[in-house]
Design a protein around this ligand. Structure first.
Ligand code: GP9
Ligand code: MN
Length: 442
Protein backbone atom coordinates (compact mmCIF):
# COMPACT_ATOMS: atom_id res chain seq x y z
CA UNK A 1 0.00 0.00 0.00
CA UNK A 2 2.91 2.38 0.57
CA UNK A 3 3.81 2.19 -3.12
CA UNK A 4 0.13 2.61 -4.11
CA UNK A 5 -0.07 5.70 -1.92
CA UNK A 6 3.05 7.05 -3.62
CA UNK A 7 1.46 6.48 -7.05
CA UNK A 8 -1.75 8.22 -6.00
CA UNK A 9 0.11 11.18 -4.49
CA UNK A 10 2.18 11.53 -7.67
CA UNK A 11 -1.02 11.52 -9.76
CA UNK A 12 -2.78 14.10 -7.55
CA UNK A 13 0.25 16.39 -7.55
CA UNK A 14 0.48 16.15 -11.33
CA UNK A 15 -3.23 16.85 -11.82
CA UNK A 16 -3.41 19.80 -9.41
CA UNK A 17 -4.69 23.06 -10.89
CA UNK A 18 -3.34 26.21 -9.28
CA UNK A 19 -5.82 28.72 -7.90
CA UNK A 20 -6.91 31.85 -9.75
CA UNK A 21 -5.90 34.90 -7.72
CA UNK A 22 -8.96 36.77 -9.00
CA UNK A 23 -11.17 34.37 -7.02
CA UNK A 24 -8.86 33.03 -4.30
CA UNK A 25 -10.19 33.89 -0.83
CA UNK A 26 -13.10 36.06 -2.05
CA UNK A 27 -15.43 34.18 0.34
CA UNK A 28 -12.95 33.76 3.18
CA UNK A 29 -14.61 33.65 6.62
CA UNK A 30 -18.14 33.46 5.22
CA UNK A 31 -20.58 30.75 6.29
CA UNK A 32 -20.96 28.04 3.65
CA UNK A 33 -24.48 26.76 3.02
CA UNK A 34 -24.73 23.85 0.59
CA UNK A 35 -28.19 23.12 -0.81
CA UNK A 36 -28.43 19.68 -2.35
CA UNK A 37 -31.23 19.93 -4.94
CA UNK A 38 -32.48 16.34 -5.10
CA UNK A 39 -32.71 14.90 -8.65
CA UNK A 40 -32.60 18.40 -10.14
CA UNK A 41 -31.47 18.46 -13.79
CA UNK A 42 -30.12 21.51 -15.64
CA UNK A 43 -32.94 21.52 -18.21
CA UNK A 44 -35.35 22.72 -15.49
CA UNK A 45 -33.55 26.07 -15.36
CA UNK A 46 -35.46 28.62 -17.49
CA UNK A 47 -37.91 25.87 -18.48
CA UNK A 48 -41.66 26.40 -18.93
CA UNK A 49 -44.45 23.82 -19.07
CA UNK A 50 -48.17 24.48 -19.52
CA UNK A 51 -47.34 28.19 -19.70
CA UNK A 52 -45.77 28.16 -16.23
CA UNK A 53 -42.15 28.86 -15.34
CA UNK A 54 -41.05 25.74 -13.45
CA UNK A 55 -38.37 27.23 -11.16
CA UNK A 56 -38.68 31.02 -11.13
CA UNK A 57 -36.61 31.58 -8.00
CA UNK A 58 -33.72 29.32 -8.95
CA UNK A 59 -33.72 30.95 -12.40
CA UNK A 60 -33.21 34.30 -10.67
CA UNK A 61 -30.30 32.95 -8.62
CA UNK A 62 -28.85 31.28 -11.72
CA UNK A 63 -28.83 34.54 -13.67
CA UNK A 64 -27.84 36.78 -10.78
CA UNK A 65 -24.59 38.78 -11.11
CA UNK A 66 -23.76 37.52 -7.62
CA UNK A 67 -23.82 33.90 -8.75
CA UNK A 68 -21.15 31.90 -10.55
CA UNK A 69 -23.36 29.51 -12.57
CA UNK A 70 -22.02 26.60 -14.58
CA UNK A 71 -23.98 25.60 -17.68
CA UNK A 72 -21.83 22.57 -18.61
CA UNK A 73 -21.64 20.95 -15.17
CA UNK A 74 -22.31 17.20 -15.08
CA UNK A 75 -23.30 14.73 -12.42
CA UNK A 76 -20.78 11.91 -12.05
CA UNK A 77 -22.64 9.61 -9.68
CA UNK A 78 -22.64 5.83 -9.80
CA UNK A 79 -25.06 3.52 -8.01
CA UNK A 80 -24.56 5.49 -4.77
CA UNK A 81 -26.76 8.30 -6.23
CA UNK A 82 -27.15 11.01 -3.55
CA UNK A 83 -24.40 9.50 -1.40
CA UNK A 84 -21.98 9.51 -4.35
CA UNK A 85 -22.70 13.19 -4.92
CA UNK A 86 -22.08 13.90 -1.24
CA UNK A 87 -18.86 11.91 -1.36
CA UNK A 88 -17.55 13.78 -4.39
CA UNK A 89 -18.44 17.22 -3.10
CA UNK A 90 -17.00 16.65 0.37
CA UNK A 91 -14.01 14.38 -0.16
CA UNK A 92 -13.03 15.30 -3.72
CA UNK A 93 -12.93 11.58 -4.59
CA UNK A 94 -15.32 9.56 -6.78
CA UNK A 95 -17.88 7.06 -5.50
CA UNK A 96 -17.21 3.39 -6.29
CA UNK A 97 -17.68 1.68 -9.65
CA UNK A 98 -20.30 -0.55 -8.02
CA UNK A 99 -22.55 0.19 -5.04
CA UNK A 100 -22.31 3.08 -2.59
CA UNK A 101 -19.01 4.09 -0.95
CA UNK A 102 -20.96 5.42 2.03
CA UNK A 103 -22.67 2.07 2.54
CA UNK A 104 -19.73 -0.19 1.74
CA UNK A 105 -16.73 1.65 3.19
CA UNK A 106 -18.15 4.57 5.20
CA UNK A 107 -18.20 2.98 8.65
CA UNK A 108 -14.44 2.58 9.00
CA UNK A 109 -13.10 4.86 6.25
CA UNK A 110 -10.49 7.53 6.93
CA UNK A 111 -11.80 10.68 5.27
CA UNK A 112 -10.20 14.10 4.98
CA UNK A 113 -13.47 15.82 4.19
CA UNK A 114 -14.83 19.36 3.98
CA UNK A 115 -16.20 19.61 7.56
CA UNK A 116 -12.82 18.59 9.06
CA UNK A 117 -10.72 20.64 6.59
CA UNK A 118 -12.78 23.81 7.20
CA UNK A 119 -12.73 23.28 10.94
CA UNK A 120 -8.99 22.72 11.19
CA UNK A 121 -8.02 25.37 8.65
CA UNK A 122 -10.44 28.14 9.64
CA UNK A 123 -12.47 27.10 12.70
CA UNK A 124 -15.77 26.25 10.96
CA UNK A 125 -18.50 24.42 12.84
CA UNK A 126 -20.53 21.99 10.73
CA UNK A 127 -23.99 20.45 10.41
CA UNK A 128 -26.15 18.46 8.03
CA UNK A 129 -29.91 18.93 7.83
CA UNK A 130 -31.80 16.08 6.23
CA UNK A 131 -35.35 14.91 7.03
CA UNK A 132 -34.74 11.21 6.52
CA UNK A 133 -33.60 8.60 9.08
CA UNK A 134 -29.95 9.05 10.02
CA UNK A 135 -28.96 5.53 8.96
CA UNK A 136 -30.01 5.94 5.32
CA UNK A 137 -26.89 5.54 3.16
CA UNK A 138 -25.04 4.85 6.45
CA UNK A 139 -24.80 8.62 6.92
CA UNK A 140 -24.75 8.54 10.72
CA UNK A 141 -21.44 6.63 10.60
CA UNK A 142 -19.98 8.38 7.58
CA UNK A 143 -20.59 11.88 8.94
CA UNK A 144 -18.69 11.09 12.14
CA UNK A 145 -15.70 9.99 10.06
CA UNK A 146 -16.04 13.19 8.05
CA UNK A 147 -15.96 15.23 11.25
CA UNK A 148 -19.48 16.67 11.09
CA UNK A 149 -20.34 18.13 14.49
CA UNK A 150 -24.11 17.87 14.04
CA UNK A 151 -26.47 15.77 11.96
CA UNK A 152 -30.06 17.00 12.29
CA UNK A 153 -31.93 14.04 10.80
CA UNK A 154 -35.59 12.98 11.03
CA UNK A 155 -35.41 12.42 14.82
CA UNK A 156 -34.96 16.20 15.30
CA UNK A 157 -38.15 17.07 13.46
CA UNK A 158 -41.85 16.33 13.54
CA UNK A 159 -42.17 14.14 10.45
CA UNK A 160 -45.59 12.70 11.34
CA UNK A 161 -48.57 12.40 9.00
CA UNK A 162 -48.55 14.53 5.88
CA UNK A 163 -45.35 16.34 6.90
CA UNK A 164 -43.29 13.74 5.05
CA UNK A 165 -43.07 12.20 1.60
CA UNK A 166 -41.18 9.10 0.41
CA UNK A 167 -37.76 10.00 1.75
CA UNK A 168 -38.60 12.14 4.75
CA UNK A 169 -39.67 15.58 5.88
CA UNK A 170 -41.03 17.80 3.10
CA UNK A 171 -38.54 20.43 1.93
CA UNK A 172 -40.52 23.50 3.06
CA UNK A 173 -40.67 22.04 6.57
CA UNK A 174 -37.00 21.03 6.58
CA UNK A 175 -35.96 24.62 5.84
CA UNK A 176 -38.49 26.13 8.27
CA UNK A 177 -38.10 23.73 11.20
CA UNK A 178 -34.30 23.65 11.00
CA UNK A 179 -33.95 27.37 11.74
CA UNK A 180 -34.09 26.73 15.49
CA UNK A 181 -30.90 24.69 15.10
CA UNK A 182 -29.19 26.71 12.37
CA UNK A 183 -29.36 29.96 14.34
CA UNK A 184 -27.29 28.45 17.16
CA UNK A 185 -24.44 27.19 14.98
CA UNK A 186 -21.18 28.89 15.84
CA UNK A 187 -20.20 31.05 12.86
CA UNK A 188 -18.50 30.56 10.50
CA UNK A 189 -20.39 27.33 9.83
CA UNK A 190 -20.55 24.81 7.02
CA UNK A 191 -24.17 23.64 6.75
CA UNK A 192 -25.49 21.15 4.20
CA UNK A 193 -29.20 20.82 3.42
CA UNK A 194 -30.25 17.63 1.62
CA UNK A 195 -33.72 18.01 0.12
CA UNK A 196 -36.03 15.05 -0.67
CA UNK A 197 -39.38 16.24 -2.11
CA UNK A 198 -38.13 16.19 -5.72
CA UNK A 199 -37.36 12.47 -5.60
CA UNK A 200 -38.74 9.71 -7.82
CA UNK A 201 -41.70 9.05 -8.28
CA UNK A 202 -42.25 12.78 -7.50
CA UNK A 203 -45.48 12.40 -5.55
CA UNK A 204 -46.74 15.45 -3.69
CA UNK A 205 -49.93 16.02 -1.72
CA UNK A 206 -52.30 18.18 -3.74
CA UNK A 207 -52.55 20.73 -0.94
CA UNK A 208 -48.82 21.38 -1.34
CA UNK A 209 -48.95 22.65 -4.90
CA UNK A 210 -51.27 24.09 -7.52
CA UNK A 211 -48.75 23.64 -10.35
CA UNK A 212 -50.34 22.34 -13.56
CA UNK A 213 -48.38 19.35 -14.88
CA UNK A 214 -47.97 18.44 -18.58
CA UNK A 215 -49.22 15.18 -20.04
CA UNK A 216 -46.18 13.38 -21.46
CA UNK A 217 -47.68 9.90 -21.24
CA UNK A 218 -45.49 9.13 -18.22
CA UNK A 219 -46.88 10.04 -14.78
CA UNK A 220 -43.55 10.45 -12.99
CA UNK A 221 -42.28 12.71 -15.78
CA UNK A 222 -45.45 14.78 -15.50
CA UNK A 223 -45.11 15.06 -11.71
CA UNK A 224 -41.40 15.92 -11.85
CA UNK A 225 -42.25 19.47 -12.83
CA UNK A 226 -44.54 19.93 -9.84
CA UNK A 227 -42.05 18.71 -7.23
CA UNK A 228 -39.31 20.77 -8.93
CA UNK A 229 -41.57 23.81 -8.59
CA UNK A 230 -42.22 22.95 -4.95
CA UNK A 231 -38.48 22.63 -4.30
CA UNK A 232 -38.01 26.02 -5.97
CA UNK A 233 -40.56 27.57 -3.58
CA UNK A 234 -38.85 25.88 -0.61
CA UNK A 235 -35.48 27.39 -1.52
CA UNK A 236 -37.11 30.79 -2.02
CA UNK A 237 -38.58 30.64 1.49
CA UNK A 238 -35.19 29.68 2.89
CA UNK A 239 -33.48 32.63 1.18
CA UNK A 240 -36.14 34.95 2.63
CA UNK A 241 -35.27 33.66 6.10
CA UNK A 242 -31.53 33.98 5.48
CA UNK A 243 -32.00 37.62 4.45
CA UNK A 244 -34.30 38.43 7.41
CA UNK A 245 -31.90 36.85 9.89
CA UNK A 246 -28.85 38.61 8.50
CA UNK A 247 -27.16 35.30 7.71
CA UNK A 248 -27.44 35.94 3.97
CA UNK A 249 -24.82 38.70 3.73
CA UNK A 250 -22.05 36.71 5.35
CA UNK A 251 -22.73 33.36 3.70
CA UNK A 252 -21.77 31.77 0.40
CA UNK A 253 -24.59 29.54 -0.83
CA UNK A 254 -23.80 26.61 -3.12
CA UNK A 255 -26.75 25.01 -4.92
CA UNK A 256 -26.29 21.91 -7.04
CA UNK A 257 -28.33 19.07 -8.54
CA UNK A 258 -27.04 15.67 -7.42
CA UNK A 259 -28.04 13.58 -10.45
CA UNK A 260 -30.83 13.02 -12.99
CA UNK A 261 -34.47 12.73 -11.95
CA UNK A 262 -35.78 11.36 -15.24
CA UNK A 263 -34.21 8.06 -16.29
CA UNK A 264 -33.06 7.59 -19.89
CA UNK A 265 -35.96 5.23 -20.59
CA UNK A 266 -38.43 8.08 -19.99
CA UNK A 267 -36.50 10.73 -21.92
CA UNK A 268 -38.72 10.35 -24.98
CA UNK A 269 -41.67 11.35 -22.83
CA UNK A 270 -39.66 14.20 -21.37
CA UNK A 271 -38.64 15.43 -24.83
CA UNK A 272 -42.31 16.17 -25.53
CA UNK A 273 -42.04 19.11 -23.12
CA UNK A 274 -39.04 20.62 -24.93
CA UNK A 275 -39.86 23.12 -27.63
CA UNK A 276 -37.89 22.66 -30.85
CA UNK A 277 -35.62 25.58 -29.97
CA UNK A 278 -35.01 24.36 -26.43
CA UNK A 279 -31.75 25.80 -25.16
CA UNK A 280 -31.40 22.83 -22.82
CA UNK A 281 -29.88 20.68 -25.50
CA UNK A 282 -30.09 20.57 -29.25
CA UNK A 283 -32.55 18.00 -30.58
CA UNK A 284 -32.23 16.91 -34.18
CA UNK A 285 -34.56 16.24 -37.01
CA UNK A 286 -38.21 17.17 -37.27
CA UNK A 287 -39.24 15.47 -34.06
CA UNK A 288 -36.57 15.28 -31.32
CA UNK A 289 -38.12 12.11 -29.98
CA UNK A 290 -37.52 10.12 -33.18
CA UNK A 291 -33.86 11.11 -33.36
CA UNK A 292 -33.06 10.34 -29.75
CA UNK A 293 -29.60 8.84 -29.12
CA UNK A 294 -27.24 8.18 -26.24
CA UNK A 295 -25.81 11.59 -27.03
CA UNK A 296 -29.11 13.28 -26.07
CA UNK A 297 -29.31 11.18 -22.92
CA UNK A 298 -25.79 12.31 -21.94
CA UNK A 299 -26.58 15.99 -22.59
CA UNK A 300 -29.36 15.60 -20.02
CA UNK A 301 -26.84 14.57 -17.37
CA UNK A 302 -26.15 18.26 -16.78
CA UNK A 303 -27.13 19.44 -13.31
CA UNK A 304 -26.92 23.02 -12.06
CA UNK A 305 -24.00 24.29 -10.05
CA UNK A 306 -24.59 27.77 -8.64
CA UNK A 307 -22.11 29.42 -6.30
CA UNK A 308 -23.99 32.42 -4.91
CA UNK A 309 -21.76 34.97 -3.20
CA UNK A 310 -23.89 37.89 -1.96
CA UNK A 311 -22.17 41.13 -2.77
CA UNK A 312 -20.02 40.03 -5.72
CA UNK A 313 -20.84 41.72 -9.01
CA UNK A 314 -18.78 39.64 -11.45
CA UNK A 315 -20.95 36.52 -11.47
CA UNK A 316 -22.33 35.02 -14.67
CA UNK A 317 -22.69 31.84 -16.69
CA UNK A 318 -19.43 29.90 -16.87
CA UNK A 319 -19.24 27.45 -19.78
CA UNK A 320 -16.34 25.36 -18.44
CA UNK A 321 -17.00 21.63 -18.85
CA UNK A 322 -16.92 20.33 -15.29
CA UNK A 323 -18.31 17.81 -12.82
CA UNK A 324 -19.12 17.23 -9.15
CA UNK A 325 -15.54 16.08 -8.54
CA UNK A 326 -14.37 19.68 -9.13
CA UNK A 327 -16.44 21.38 -6.42
CA UNK A 328 -14.25 20.86 -3.36
CA UNK A 329 -10.99 22.29 -4.77
CA UNK A 330 -13.03 25.22 -6.10
CA UNK A 331 -14.69 25.87 -2.72
CA UNK A 332 -11.44 25.60 -0.77
CA UNK A 333 -9.79 28.18 -3.01
CA UNK A 334 -12.78 30.53 -2.71
CA UNK A 335 -12.36 30.30 1.07
CA UNK A 336 -8.63 31.03 0.83
CA UNK A 337 -7.57 27.49 1.70
CA UNK A 338 -4.78 25.98 -0.40
CA UNK A 339 -6.01 22.57 -1.56
CA UNK A 340 -2.66 21.25 -2.83
CA UNK A 341 -1.88 19.06 0.18
CA UNK A 342 -5.25 17.25 0.09
CA UNK A 343 -5.85 14.16 -2.07
CA UNK A 344 -8.46 15.70 -4.39
CA UNK A 345 -9.16 14.32 -7.87
CA UNK A 346 -10.92 17.30 -9.42
CA UNK A 347 -9.63 20.75 -10.33
CA UNK A 348 -10.55 24.33 -9.37
CA UNK A 349 -13.15 25.52 -11.89
CA UNK A 350 -11.71 29.04 -11.92
CA UNK A 351 -8.16 27.86 -12.56
CA UNK A 352 -6.57 28.41 -15.98
CA UNK A 353 -5.41 24.80 -15.56
CA UNK A 354 -8.92 23.40 -14.96
CA UNK A 355 -9.24 20.05 -16.75
CA UNK A 356 -12.31 20.05 -19.04
CA UNK A 357 -12.34 16.29 -19.64
CA UNK A 358 -15.33 15.23 -17.54
CA UNK A 359 -15.20 11.56 -16.48
CA UNK A 360 -18.40 9.62 -15.85
CA UNK A 361 -18.24 6.78 -13.35
CA UNK A 362 -18.50 4.13 -16.11
CA UNK A 363 -15.47 5.59 -17.99
CA UNK A 364 -17.60 7.39 -20.59
CA UNK A 365 -16.65 11.05 -20.80
CA UNK A 366 -17.50 14.42 -22.30
CA UNK A 367 -15.30 17.32 -23.36
CA UNK A 368 -16.26 20.66 -24.92
CA UNK A 369 -15.92 19.11 -28.39
CA UNK A 370 -17.19 15.55 -28.16
CA UNK A 371 -18.89 12.88 -26.10
CA UNK A 372 -17.57 9.33 -25.80
CA UNK A 373 -20.19 6.70 -24.91
CA UNK A 374 -19.07 3.06 -24.75
CA UNK A 375 -16.43 3.96 -27.33
CA UNK A 376 -18.81 5.68 -29.77
CA UNK A 377 -17.79 9.29 -30.41
CA UNK A 378 -20.34 12.06 -30.97
CA UNK A 379 -19.56 15.57 -32.16
CA UNK A 380 -21.07 17.95 -29.60
CA UNK A 381 -21.79 20.61 -32.20
CA UNK A 382 -24.10 18.29 -34.16
CA UNK A 383 -24.97 15.45 -31.80
CA UNK A 384 -24.00 13.06 -34.59
CA UNK A 385 -21.66 10.08 -34.47
CA UNK A 386 -18.21 10.80 -35.93
CA UNK A 387 -15.66 8.39 -37.39
CA UNK A 388 -12.53 9.93 -35.93
CA UNK A 389 -9.59 10.64 -38.22
CA UNK A 390 -6.04 9.83 -37.07
CA UNK A 391 -5.61 13.06 -35.11
CA UNK A 392 -8.96 12.81 -33.37
CA UNK A 393 -8.34 9.12 -32.62
CA UNK A 394 -5.10 10.07 -30.88
CA UNK A 395 -6.82 12.83 -28.89
CA UNK A 396 -9.63 10.51 -27.81
CA UNK A 397 -7.20 7.79 -26.74
CA UNK A 398 -5.33 10.39 -24.68
CA UNK A 399 -8.53 11.62 -23.01
CA UNK A 400 -9.77 8.07 -22.36
CA UNK A 401 -6.45 7.26 -20.69
CA UNK A 402 -6.82 10.39 -18.52
CA UNK A 403 -10.35 9.40 -17.50
CA UNK A 404 -9.36 5.83 -16.64
CA UNK A 405 -6.39 7.08 -14.64
CA UNK A 406 -8.46 9.62 -12.67
CA UNK A 407 -11.07 6.99 -11.77
CA UNK A 408 -8.57 4.23 -10.97
CA UNK A 409 -6.44 6.48 -8.76
CA UNK A 410 -9.54 7.53 -6.83
CA UNK A 411 -10.62 3.90 -6.50
CA UNK A 412 -7.17 2.89 -5.29
CA UNK A 413 -7.27 5.57 -2.58
CA UNK A 414 -10.78 4.66 -1.44
CA UNK A 415 -10.75 0.87 -1.78
CA UNK A 416 -7.45 0.59 0.07
CA UNK A 417 -8.38 3.36 2.52
CA UNK A 418 -4.98 4.93 1.86
CA UNK A 419 -5.61 8.10 3.85
CA UNK A 420 -4.83 6.03 6.93
CA UNK A 421 -1.21 6.37 5.82
CA UNK A 422 -1.18 9.99 4.66
CA UNK A 423 -2.00 12.94 6.89
CA UNK A 424 -1.46 16.31 5.16
CA UNK A 425 0.91 18.68 6.97
CA UNK A 426 -1.01 20.49 9.70
CA UNK A 427 -4.05 18.21 9.45
CA UNK A 428 -5.14 16.05 12.38
CA UNK A 429 -6.95 12.77 11.71
CA UNK A 430 -10.65 12.94 12.65
CA UNK A 431 -11.64 11.21 15.88
CA UNK A 432 -15.16 9.95 15.14
CA UNK A 433 -15.69 9.11 18.84
CA UNK A 434 -16.09 12.83 19.49
CA UNK A 435 -19.44 12.92 17.75
CA UNK A 436 -22.77 11.68 18.97
CA UNK A 437 -25.72 12.78 16.87
CA UNK A 438 -28.36 11.19 19.08
CA UNK A 439 -28.50 14.19 21.42
CA UNK A 440 -26.91 16.66 19.04
CA UNK A 441 -23.98 17.37 21.34
CA UNK A 442 -20.38 16.56 20.42
C1 GP9 B 1 -32.62 9.73 1.11
C2 GP9 B 1 -32.16 10.42 -0.12
C3 GP9 B 1 -31.97 9.36 -1.18
O1 GP9 B 1 -32.03 10.08 2.29
O2 GP9 B 1 -30.99 11.17 0.08
O3 GP9 B 1 -31.64 9.92 -2.37
P1 GP9 B 1 -31.11 9.01 -3.59
O4 GP9 B 1 -29.75 8.47 -3.22
O5 GP9 B 1 -32.15 7.91 -3.77
O6 GP9 B 1 -31.08 9.97 -4.75
MN1 MN C 1 -30.41 11.90 -5.02
Amino acid sequence: TKSELKTVKKYVRGHYAKSNKKYYGIAKGKNVIVIHLESFQQFLIDDKVEGQTVTPFLNKIYHSKSTYSFSNFFNQVGQGKTSDAENMLETGTFGLSQGSLFAQLGTDQTFQAAPAILKQEQGYSSAVFHGNVASFWNRNNVYKNMGYQYFFSASYFDTSGDKSTGYGLKDKLLFKDSIKYLQYLQQPFYAKYITVSNHFPFDLDKEDSSFKVPDTGNTSVNNYFRTANYLDQSVKEFFTFLKKSGLYDNSVIILYGDHYGISNSANKNLAKTFSQDSSHFKSYGSDPVDNWTDWDNTQLQRVPLMIHVPGVKNGGINKEYAGEIDVLPTLLHLLGINSKKYMLFGTDLFSSQHDQVVAFRNQDFITPNYTSISGTIYDNSTGQIVTPNKTLKKQIAKDQKKVNKQLSMSDSLNEKNLLRFYTPKGFKAVNSQLYNYANGLQ
